[in-house]
Design a protein around this ligand. Structure first.
Ligand code: UD1
Length: 423
């Protein structure tokens, strides 16, 4: 998975044009895991081969499932899937490997995985996933090496999550889908990607209701059948391009995403002085590139401001006029990119979960992405400032942005992917 590439970015250019976003990574990952419980072929539309998605597919393959890319369709067949244990090297590749617990327990009444890996943005425990499964009758034993779930006693039931975790909500929905009776998840997360998982399951013959609210109800069915499904567009990728347009100036239209799912961002873009036009399937941002500072950005579960756009918006704030604050409520270590932004002339001071940003003129620099969204923030800063910057650590960016350089180039930005050894 390691790659030795970097971006060379010649900044200071206005961005103009349209980009289309395809299926949301955070929808596709649980949907791929859910295919474990589907008795038939599934065809998913609009899929980009992001690193995280490819790694999730490797997990599926290691369990005996098959997959095939047919253009932008992804065809998955888990009818012959016959293993319930995933090795440490595979689970270590991505946090979302935890999603397979629910489906495996549901299908085999047993699952074994090592602790999941993923972006280093904080502790990221999985206690809520495990506690929820225990509430549904699963016995769990853990040691340094492995988590072993014995689901012989799996039953429908009532779970109240201590925090509305996106992943735990999804895992529990998947565990309950083929479990006889009605399972109710209280204090569920309400992210659009959970609604998407619900819609996928229902399209395959399941019965899930309430996703998008704090209470999700799953009526267990005997089996899920195959079929076709188009996951929702990626609102975080869309948001990243909109922020790029606002920062660099010009006019950028993003298509393929519902504008009502980006309200917490578009409200901020307007407050910064950018013009925003919303249509049902997209958003246009128009900007002079001179932005007012946002007074306060505070990350919250949906429909609040998404933690995944915190780093990109911090790059925007770094070059806005005035002083503002960011509060990161979701993850305890999600400001690492600010050290790199400061190398580009930003003035961001972090204290615990809060950051104070004083707007400046950014300059070019050599910087290193250390996580997915932080990496995107560095690319945005490099596009904004005059001069030539390099952004290395592309393996992080590639987890969630497919051919970012092509999309940015189509908008008039100057960005090239090169081997790290090249100057
Ligand atoms: C998902 C998204 C991720 C996004 C995050 C928050 C996917 C694949 N990833 O991650 O991009 O940043 O939602 O919107 O959908 N927590 C616990 N115990 C748990 C689970 C979570 O304490 O068992 C904590 C986490 O450490 C974090 C908070 O709850 O502080 C939110 O995490 P969660 O909503 O679970 O995020 P993920 O599902 O990991």
């Amino acid at each position: 998975m390691d790659n030795n590439e970097k971006y060379i970015v010649c900044g200071g250019k206005r961005l103009r044009g349209e980009v289309e976003v395809l299926a949301a990574k955070n929808s596709v990952l649980p949907i791929i895991a859910c295919c474990i419980t589907v008795c038939g072929e599934v065809r998913l539309r609009n899929i980009e081969p992001l690193t995280d998605i490819k790694n999730m597919l490797l997990i599926l393959k290691s369990l005996g499932g098959t997959y095939l890319f047919d253009g932008s369709d992804l065809i998955i067949d888990c009818r012959k899937l016959n293993k319930h244990s995933v090795s440490r090297d595979l689970t270590g590749m991505l946090r979302s490997s935890v999603f397979i617990l629910g489906p495996l327990v549901s299908k085999f009444r047993r699952a074994e995985i090592s602790y999941p890996g993923g972006c280093d943005i904080g502790l990221r425990p999985i206690d809520l996933h495990l506690d929820g499964l225990k509430n549904l009758g699963v016995s769990i034993s853990e040691n340094d090496e492995k988590i072993v779930c014995d689901g012989k006693g799996l039953h429908a039931g009532l779970v109240r999550l201590a925090f509305p975790s996106v992943g735990a909500t999804e895992n529990l929905i998947m565990a309950a889908t083929l479990t006889e009776g009605t399972t109710v998840i209280h204090n569920a997360a309400a992210e659009p990607e959970i609604v998407d998982l619900q819609n996928f399951i229902n399209a395959m013959g399941g019965s899930v209701h309430g996703a998008g609210t704090g209470t999700v109800i799953v009526d267990g069915v005997k089996t899920l059948h195959g079929g076709e499904y188009t996951p929702i567009g990626d609102r975080i990728v869309a948001g990243t391009y909109l922020i790029a347009g606002a920062m660099c100036g010009g006019k950028v239209t993003v298509r393929g995403v519902r504008s009502d799912r980006l309200l917490s961002l578009t409200e901020k873009l307007r407050a910064a002085g950018a013009g925003v036009t919303e249509r049902t399937d997209g958003v246009t941002v128009e900007s002079s590139g001179r932005l007012n500072m946002l007074r306060k950005v505070e990350t919250q579960p949906y429909p609040g401001f998404p933690t995944d756009l915190q780093a990109p918006v911090s790059a925007m704030m770094a070059c806005s006029k005035g002083r503002g604050y960011i509060i990161e409520n979701l993850f305890e270590n999600r400001f690492r990119h600010t050290v790199e932004l400061n190398k580009m002339g930003a003035d961001i001071v972090v204290c615990g979960r809060a950051a104070t940003v004083r707007g400046c003129t950014l300059h070019s620099a050599e910087v290193m992405a250390e996580d997915l969204r932080g990496g995107a923030a560095l690319v945005l800063a490099a596009l904004k400032c005059e001069g030539t910057s390099t952004v290395s650590g592309l393996k992080h960016i590639d987890r969630g942005y497919y051919n970012l350089e092509e999309k940015i180039t189509s908008l008039g930005g100057i960005i090239k992917r090169v081997e790290n050894s090249c100057v």
